[in-house]
Design a protein around this ligand. Structure first.
Ligand SMILES: *Cc1c(COP(=O)(O)O)cnc(C)c1O
Length: 389
């Protein structure tokens, strides 16, 4: 069988239809949108059309959309930009222990500037309790940052409820929604959110482009100094082919959501059940409130890294969870936050499904996992000895 890709939470392949829309802007339409001549004007028109399209899909106005180099930059701009802007009102930020490093490390970096950061705990499924959010709010709280869905374990957070709490307390609410577009309905009105970060390469768009929704009236400081692009919020010539591609990718993600979700859920559930039929396996993340394509399981008595190597050797691409921690031997901060022992966390692997995966692939992958797990356990003295204790 050909190589199988089950790491869509890390990145997705570029959709052919997206590439097609991008091509003219990689070739003849090369103008700088800030140029006044017709090369520039043509591209400016396309840029603003893309902005309008994405704004309308998200339930925002075009003036509320700011393009960035991806999810990481959008998260940084949202958090640092708003924290600095609100410094005279307060210095307390609330986030959660299961955030992507783009959020968690950004909040922690702000500590050096004198900000106080509360990192909320999660339950065994990696879910935040809105009551904990409420209790963490102080007089000086200015910002709350919670992800929509977790990239490692797939748990979907109760962001609507959390958004209401933020609004009641007059605190800015930022959502890292990078894993959501294409998997969940994303509408900024419904989410009562002030700041929302997206990245195109997580929904079959190109890499190196993302956006930050900034609700009208939300004053945030810019981080890059230079030209006045993006209404002064993000200096630097816009990634035009990327933005054009992101607009097409988002349009497709929204129009195909209804077809995509049940198809992914069927693959996901088969994969989960197949894994759980093996011995000493645990499902990580929420049993029902989870991303349609996310499978994260821990196999006791083996190293997830060893299992991944074995899968890789057999042509199956999966992950240990966060791209940042792969290669290093540190267990996932998300699994540890969910109360898992280091030992069990080290036995975790993530399989994230996408558009091109099939039931045949799922069945093949299950067979490969079973063979690999059996082999690794046969070499594990702890596993061999466990019956004798
Ligand atoms: C991938 C990811 C990011 C980072 O996005 P980039 O565009 O790769 O910088 C941030 N948050 C989450 C939840 C992600 O999955």
């Amino acid at each position: 069988m050909d190589r199988i890709y089950m790491d869509h939470a890390a990145t997705t392949p570029l959709d052919e239809r997206v590439l097609e829309d991008m091509m003219p802007f990689l070739k003849e339409n090369f103008g700088n949108p800030s140029s006044a001549h017709f090369f520039g004007r043509e591209v400016r028109k396309a840029l603003e059309k893309a902005r309008e399209k994405m704004a309308s899909l998200l339930g925002a106005t075009p003036e509320e959309i700011y393009f960035t180099s991806g999810g990481t930059e959008a998260d940084n701009l949202a958090i640092i930009g708003s924290a600095r802007a609100l410094r005279n009102r307060g210095n307390h930020i609330i986030t959660t222990s299961v955030e992507h490093h783009a959020v968690l490390d950004t909040c922690l970096a702000l500590k050096e500037e004198g900000f106080e950061v509360t990192v909320l705990p999660v339950d065994q499924y990696g879910m935040v309790d809105p009551n904990d959010v409420r209790e963490a709010i102080q007089e000086n709280t200015i910002l709350l940052s919670v992800m929509y869905a977790n990239n490692e374990v797939g748990t979907i957070q109760p962001v609507e409820e959390i958004g209401k709490i933020a609004r009641e307390n007059n605190i800015l609410f930022h959502i890292d929604a990078v894993q959501s577009v294409g998997n969940l309905p994303v509408n900024v009105e419904k989410l009562s959110v002030d700041l929302l970060a997206l990245s195109a390469h997580k929904f079959y768009g190109p890499k190196g482009v993302g956006l930050l929704f900034i609700k009208e009236g939300t004053g945030i400081n810019h981080l890059t100094h230079g030209g006045g692009q993006e209404r002064g919020k993000r200096a630097g010539t816009e990634n035009i082919p990327g933005i054009i591609g992101m607009a097409k990718a988002m349009e497709l993600a929204y129009s195909e959501l209804e077809e995509f979700v049940p198809r992914m859920e069927a693959l996901r559930d088969r994969l989960i059940h197949g894994c759980l039929e093996m011995e000493e396996v645990k499902l990580n993340g929420h049993p029902s409130q989870r991303l349609p394509g996310n499978v994260n399981v821990s196999f006791e008595y083996i190293e997830g890294e060893a299992l991944l190597l074995s899968l890789d050797f057999k042509g199956v691409a999966a992950s240990s969870g966060s791209a940042c921690s792969s290669g290093s031997m540190n267990p996932s901060h998300v699994l540890l936050a969910a109360g898992m022992s280091e030992q069990t966390a080290r036995g975790a692997i993530r399989l994230s499904l996408g558009r091109h995966n099939s039931m045949e692939e799922v069945d093949y992958v299950l067979q490969v996992i079973k063979e690999s797990v059996d082999k690794l356990r046969s070499m594990s003295s702890i596993y061999q000895g466990k019956g004798e204790r």
